[in-house]
Design a binder for this molecule. Structure first.
Ligand code: 6PG
Length: 274
């Protein structure tokens, strides 16, 4: 039986996920990358043991570069059964794969160029295509890979996410219509403030995952972190605050700079995981 989930309960301000979110704090970006690599390996080996494969959606931007580099390093590369690892992308800029802005290119340079990952295990978003065509193509790739039945959402073993200073995550930006998407797994979205198109996994897919992990690093993120955790209801308009896996685990991984304005009440309430 392929990993899929039927339509989740509607996401509302008061929605309470099954699992309490976890908070992990590390002293700096290097230690954060190591902790994220350890979780990646643990989740991968767990999935391969149970289902014979590990399906992960990678995040873009700059923060995960250190993680991808670490996974390709001698310290971690042999701890994974790479032939069983299937790499997907959580979002992409609508540019060719060799473009400087390409999230695929970033992952290629930091991870794929240094590891023997088989081409059939690399599920790149075809972002050089016309945006809605690219979204439709990736949607059918997900349907095939997860052997999805109608109306079901794929269950990724792990989805990695970043956090923008405006509260966006993946390419789910504040005030954009994609936040209401309840039918498709993948969307093409025009982001006015970037004057460009993006491809992104939609909220239902992210919230159907078994594990969702935010990697957040640097002082520039401290304010948005404070706002998201400061008042869960008020911050619900931030796309990142809408990430509440229905049955999976949510983990926020911070370095000390990004976590420095986390409300103490949250630390008390949620606690900091090892
Ligand atoms: C992208 C990302 C995006 C990113 C945040 C944080 O394609 O840009 O997927 O959601 O994670 O913008 O970016 P940084 O890690 O560069 O701060």
């Amino acid at each position: 039986m392929s990993k899929q989930r039927s339509m989740a309960r509607p996401l509302t301000r008061r929605f309470c996920p099954v699992n309490k979110p976890e908070i992990v704090i590390r002293s700096d970006a290097g230690a954060l990358a190591r902790k994220a690599a350890e979780q990646f390996v643990a989740r991968a080996n767990q999935a391969v043991t149970h289902a014979g494969r590990f399906a992960v959606a990678l995040s873009g931007g700059s923060t995960p570069k250190a993680l991808y580099s670490r996974l390709a390093s001698a310290e971690f590369r042999d701890s994974l059964d790479w032939p069983s690892v299937h790499l997907f992308w959580g979002d992409e800029r609508c540019v060719p794969p060799d473009h400087l802005e390409s999230n695929f290119r970033m992952v290629h340079e930091t991870l794929l160029a240094r590891l023997p990952v088989a081409p059939e295990n690399i599920h790149r978003m075809p972002a050089e295509k016309e945006p809605s065509e690219a979204a439709a193509a990736y949607e059918s790739e997900l349907k095939t890979f997860f052997r999805l039945e109608n109306g079901a959402w794929p269950v990724f073993d792990l989805i990695l996410l970043g956090l923008g200073e405006d509260g966006h995550t993946a390419s789910l930006f504040p005030g954009t219509t994609v936040l209401d998407e309840a039918k498709h797994c993948v969307a093409a979205i025009y982001v006015a403030k970037l004057r460009s198109y993006r491809l992104t996994l939609t909220l239902p897919v992210i919230n159907a995952a078994a594990q969702v992990t935010f990697l957040v690093s640097g002082t520039s993120k401290a304010k948005i972190v404070r706002e998201i955790f400061g008042s869960p209801e008020a911050s619900f308009d931030y796309p990142a605050a809408k990430i509440r896996p229905s049955e999976g685990q949510l983990t926020w991984m911070f370095d000390a700079d990004a976590a420095k304005e986390l409300p103490p009440s949250i630390i008390t309430e949620i606690g900091v995981a090892e």
